[in-house]
Design a protein around this ligand. Structure first.
Ligand code: SF4
Length: 578
């Protein structure tokens, strides 16, 4: 195996602020991203530990193909025990840190321990020549945008950054980990949002990681055929008529269709359609490019999908980027906030403070539903989100997520699974997606296995969910972005050429299944059982839809059957399900 494919491992002990570099273990050769994070956590983290204690382990693991010339393949997995769910969590993120870590030879960063003084802040400097923990007290409590502006004065123009804002420092369970994007300014606009991993980073006193890629080239594959494969894949993708929506309009183009399927939640999910879909539709963002500037871009080096939008304000100044479908629904329609420009302001606030927009939107909607604020109060919501950074009582509750607000307000309608807010994709019309929310070790997370096939027969739910969960585990371990929509066969071809071993589609599917098993095993050891695989009661009580009424009514036996692998010979994996 070449040095490039073997790589190294960084261990950071935040108790002593010391660093050790190790050779990457041979036994983990084919593990990257999410699957590597799951294995490290299973082997090195006590599942019943305090998520904010010294024993928890924060993993930063680029996907297997990050740092290579494979298109759209530089994603990073951020992993740890979640302070939101108490179970294992992996949040997958774009931006350049995943590419850069791999290019300088590191296949994972494993952060353990915590400083004796919780007031101290540290940075981690990573380059091909050295890795060290440095004091960073001057950056304490900085929001992500000013932090990155300051760091870009200190580091080279090529450096990329992983950081937390005040929500992470306050160790709130809705805190995200920000990654700088591919823009010249290194905007901290890409977030490993779900599960509160920003709080884990904050508990370790780690304010940021800076990666200097220097002149490190792309990683060399074992088989030169890899370059031809990358070129052909790119050519076919660009020519493919079915790939048009995301590169042209981004993920927010889906608003109208989601609304028609009753999966555009309105007023804390009391309804599945919003009367404001027209003013929230992502097409309004695309229209704004003409007069204000902005446009579509690639959030990471080498992305050919370019689904990320850059949003400008009325003066033509940059406001935010990556304003996606989930944010427009959860911080928009779910709170009855009617205009995309208000959601853009909220998206910028969340990115700056370091918050998951899905969890924050769900928490604000529960607060509104419980009478804390009027639905539709956009300015009040902006004030409330700012309070999260200030650490007020209600700010902390909202920053800790929907379940925390439900407890504070003693409210009955709290749409969560395993303590994590249900994303926009609604389990009542999309029942196989609901099965994913119940059975994923990570709780309600559409990126764990989304199935957008309304009207499926009940006997199809578990199989569809399982297949989607395997595929997503594979993709999140590969470094490819889910929006590229590679299938398992194609991923196997890339692995075969990169490593020089024949890796079949069956082997790749088995890797995905093993990743799920590792995650389930972690949760089992953390004390999770069948009682935790329950959909929020309000999903069974509150019907949505006009002629057809949708409620969550999937029997437990169907949910449970997702844990037994269906006949692998019948797995299709021909296309992504949405
Ligand atoms: S497809 Fe979109 S989210 Fe994925 S890497 Fe490219 S720009 Fe980023």
């Amino acid at each position: 195996m070449s040095v490039e494919t073997q790589g190294k491992l960084i261990r950071v002990d935040m108790t002593s602020q010391s660093v050790t570099i190790e050779a990457f273990p041979e036994k983990w050769k084919y593990l990257g991203g999410r699957a590597l994070s799951a294995r490290i956590l299973l082997e090195e983290c006590e599942p019943d530990c305090d998520p904010l204690g010294a024993e928890n382990v924060l993993v930063l693991a680029p996907g297997l193909l990050a740092g290579t010339s494979a298109p759209t393949s530089g994603r990073l997995s951020v992993g740890g025990k979640s302070p939101l769910t108490g179970g294992i969590k992996e949040a997958n993120v774009g931006g350049d840190p995943g590419q850069d870590l791999m290019k300088v030879g590191y296949r994972a960063v494993i952060v353990s321990g915590k400083p004796a003084d919780p007031e101290r802040r540290y940075g981690l400097d990573v380059s091909a020549d050295s890795v060290e923990v440095i004091a960073a007290d001057e950056h304490k409590a900085k929001w992500n945008y000013p932090l990155i502006e300051d760091l870009t004065q200190t580091y080279s123009k090529k450096a990329s950054f992983i950081s937390i804002g005040p929500a992470g420092e306050l160790q709130l369970a809705g805190a995200s980990v920000a990654c700088s994007d591919h823009s010249q300014q290194r905007h901290p606009a890409r977030h490993a949002g779900r599960g509160g991993l920003g709080a884990v980073m904050g508990s370790k006193g780690l304010k940021y990681v800076a990666i200097e890629p220097g002149r490190a080239p792309s990683l060399k594959p074992a088989d030169k055929e890899f370059f031809q494969l990358s070129k052909k894949y790119t050519r076919d993708f660009v020519a493919g008529p079915g790939q048009e929506p995301f590169p042209k309009w981004g993920t927010s183009v889906i608003c109208e269709e989601a609304n028609s399927l009753y999966t555009f939640p309105y007023k804390n999910r009391i309804e599945g359609r919003s009367p404001d879909v027209e003013t929230l539709d992502g097409m309004r963002i695309v229209e704004s490019f003409e007069t204000r500037g902005g446009g579509m871009h690639n959030c990471l080096t080498g992305c050919i999908v370019k689904c990320s939008n850059i949003v400008h304000d009325a003066n033509g100044e940059y406001k935010t980027s990556g304003l996606e479908f989930e944010t427009l629904t959860m911080l928009g329609s779910n709170c009855a906030i009617a205009h995309w420009e208000d959601v853009a302001d909220l998206d910028r606030l969340c990115d700056d403070i370091g918050l998951d927009t899905i969890e924050t939107g769900a928490a604000v909607a529960v607060y509104m539903d419980a009478g804390g604020m009027e639905f539709g109060d956009a300015e009040g919501t902006k004030r409330l989100v700012r309070e999260i950074a200030e650490g007020t009582e209600i700010g902390r509750a909202v920053g800790n997520g929907a379940a925390a607000v439900g407890r504070l307000k003693n409210h009955h309608r709290v749409p969560t699974v395993k303590g994590q807010a249900i994303p926009a994709w609604d389990p009542r019309p999309l029942k196989a997606a609901g099965v994913t929310y119940c059975t994923s070790a990570m709780g309600a997370d559409h990126t764990a296995g989304l199935v957008v096939e309304p009207g499926q027969a009940p006997e199809e739910f578990a199989r569809a969910s399982q297949e989607s969960q395997i595929l997503n585990a594979v993709v999140d371990s590969s470094g490819f972005c889910q929006f590229l929509m590679p299938n398992i066969e194609e991923i196997g071809e890339f692995y075969s050429c990169f490593y020089g071993d024949k890796i079949s589609r069956e082997t790749v599917a088995d890797m995905g299944w093993q990743c799920l098993r590792d995650e389930w095993e972690f949760n089992k050891r953390a004390g999770f059982g069948p009682e935790d695989d329950k959909m929020a009661p309000c999903m069974a009580e509150d019907a949505i839809g006009d002629e057809t009424k949708f409620v969550w009514d999937v029997p437990d036996e169907i949910v449970k059957s997702t844990y037994e692998r269906f006949d692998p010979r019948e797995e299709l994996f021909t296309a992504r399900p949405s």
